[in-house]
Design a protein around this ligand. Sequence first.
Ligand SMILES: [Zn+2]
Length: 308
Amino acid sequence: MNKTDWVRDFRQGSPVLQEENQFQIPYLTFPILSEIPGIVHGFSTRMGGVSQGDCATMNFSYSRGDKEEAVLENYTRMAKILGTVPEHMVATKQTHTTNVRVVTTEDCGKGVTKPLDYEDVDGLITDVPGICLCAFTADCVPIYFVDPVRKAIGVSHSGWRGTVARMGAVTIAKMQEVYGTNPKDVICAIGPSICRDCYEVSEDVAEAFQRAFCGCEECYKAITAYGQYPMQDGKHTIVEPGKAPGKYQLDLWLANIVVLLQAGVPVEQIQVTDLCTCHNPQYLFSHRASRGKRGNLGAFLMMTQQKD
Ligand SMILES: [Zn+2]
């Protein structure tokens, strides 16, 4: 596989393909996170795992018809790359809520090597080094959060429901409440997910976004501040008229940028992907491209145990 085979929609913030690692498992990293000392992270592709059929090959979902032992092997491979073990990973239980769980050592292995004992958790935060937080997507938006000052991290799943409910801001607010995080210190990456060109939505979804992202001066200022974002006809818009009547194209990347900026994250501390899952179904799981027959991609984030 050649890196240039990937279809890229956006020239800034390209995740980096790591395929020369000792385990020969291709995965993606974000330069903005790689620069932070003591942070290990990765975003999986659908390559390098052992799952078969619709979940081939690197699937992290136990509930999409895949074999349990295959999923566990996939976690084991990903854990090795990240320098950990599946027993130290903790999974979300995603249902498009804005619930954020404060993860402690007691949660280690939940949803990965042992059963989950919580429901409706779309975000995870922790300040414990050595715990690997895992969130899952296949077109929805994964967001990574690192507070290098208070030494806390988070991952969130932000689909259209999560985005309209400002999951990114909710996650940061929880980090603020629990760890004293100042949003100005937070470094964020918005991971591979569906791009505006691919994401056709109905009128009710478009209206929800028009209400949530009103286009007021504050919204516009936030978007303009993210100067790297491509503009069309001199305008940035989250919802555009669609290609079909009564349909709209929704830009989840831009909406999540606005959410993070308005939560107080400085513009230079946000990196947004240029990779669309739906444009690249041979490399990434896409719910739309596969008509729902797919596995889950994983977003992984961990603080390493640091010697003082
Ligand atoms: Zn696309």
